[in-house]
Write a protein that binds this ligand. Structure first.
Ligand code: UD1
Length: 344
């Protein structure tokens, strides 16, 4: 049944804002909780302009348990929670590990404390392919063993997964959780009204590419071309952010329909295809007609040589399949970069 209320933590962020749009368009009532530590108010205007109405927003730090309790008290009948709110910069997590544990683990603990008080039993959690570390074989399935994390950020995702397994195994547990392990989200909404808003110098590949093409950065440095891959550059599974957002709608629907067969279910959310950094650069140049200034630099510490998803389980169990090609995803990222320039 649609029209159910879904609490979206981090709903003003990059993936969260796209999920809010998809939830609303699928007939849900999204309610946003965000502390705007890595998001901007303009995302709310973008959402409103796409869906034609405003969404309730609580400016609350999700790790603040009593403030979070206040949100649940003010919003009766929450049917489920999608928990995006987290820090996500790998390098920064090495500099500030405590901030990452406090925020990423703390916000989950607060949610898990408050949800049962209000009888809320359904949770979709943003996990990451980072939990696989450097895999022994490709593509990775959900059964691929996890490896020691290469960063505090990665460790927070593994810890959160472990916490949800332990909580779900407790005798009086009522929680049902779906863990979505994202591969590399890229691109922006087709309307170019919402997209990624990196603060400062982007860490991720695609915003660095679009900012370089826009003249904000002088050149892209490719982090190594001496890996054991066909062209020597790293391979990743790049998924369009709207496809990724849609996976949350089907996951939450599965929980609300009581279709989950385990208390914790895990799904890879990727395209099932790997592309190298050079392929991404060349595809960007082809679809946008922009010549990109780039050079080859040293390897980036902690980078996994190659990883991409086996996306079979999500397709068979959730009926979820990505629709957007790498070329269209990159075109949408460029359209968004240009829309940002127009706003300034
Ligand atoms: C990383 C994390 C992932 C996390 C994501 C969110 C790991 C293994 N991966 O993804 O879990 O969810 O960040 O931020 O911890 N590249 C360049 N030049 C650049 C930028 C990137 O060559 O200027 C290359 C990288 O070396 C990599 C690829 O582009 O091979 C993708 O990098 P990035 O977008 O940062 O994502 P991941 O590192 O895959």
């Amino acid at each position: 049944m649609a029209y159910e209320k879904i609490l979206v933590t981090g709903g003003a962020g990059y993936i969260g804002s796209h999920a809010v749009v998809e939830l609303y368009q699928a007939g849900y009532q999204p309610v946003i909780v965000d502390n705007f530590s890595n998001s901007e108010e303009s995302a709310l205007q973008g959402i409103e302009s796409i869906i034609g109405t405003s969404v309730p927003v609580y400016r609350v730090d999700c790790a603040d348990e009593s403030a979070l309790r206040g949100v649940f008290a003010a919003e009766p009948n929450i049917a489920g929670v999608i928990h995006f709110a987290a820090f996500k910069a790998v390098g920064e997590s090495v500099q500030k590990p405590l901030a990452y544990f406090k925020n990423n683990v703390g916000s989950l603990l607060a949610l898990l404390a408050v949800m049962p008080e209000f009888g809320v039993e359904n949770l979709v959690f943003s996990s990451s392919c980072t939990v696989y570390g450097i895999p022994d074989a490709l593509p990775v399935t959900e059964a691929t063993p996890t490896k020691p994390a290469s960063s505090p950020y990665g460790r927070t995702k593994q810890m959160c997964e472990d916490i949800m397994h332990d909580v779900s195994a407790a005798p009086d547990n009522k929680l049902r959780t779906i863990l979505l392990r994202y591969f590399n989200p890229i691109g922006a909404h087709d309307s170019a009204k919402i997209g990624e808003l990196p603060l400062g110098v982007p860490n991720n590949l695609v915003p660095f590419i679009t900012q370089t093409a826009a003249g904000i950065r002088e050149k892209l440095t490719i982090n190594g071309n001496d890996y054991d891959t066909p062209d020597g550059t790293n391979i990743r599974d790049y998924i369009h952010v709207v496809d990724l957002a849609k996976s949350h709608v089907v996951a939450v629907q599965r929980l609300l329909d009581h279709k989950a067969t385990e208390t914790v279910e895990t799904f890879n959310v990727g395209t099932g295809h790997g592309n190298s950094v050079l392929e991404v650069v060349q595809t960007f140049e082809r679809v946008t007609g922009q010549k990109l200034n780039y050079s080859i630099g040293p390897r980036r510490p902690g980078d996994v040589p190659a990883i991409y998803a086996d996306a079979t389980k999500a397709e068979q169990v959730l009926g979820f399949k990505t629709e957007t090609s790498l070329a269209d995803s990159l075109a949408s990222a460029w359209k968004w970069q240009q829309a940002l320039a127009d706003k300034k």
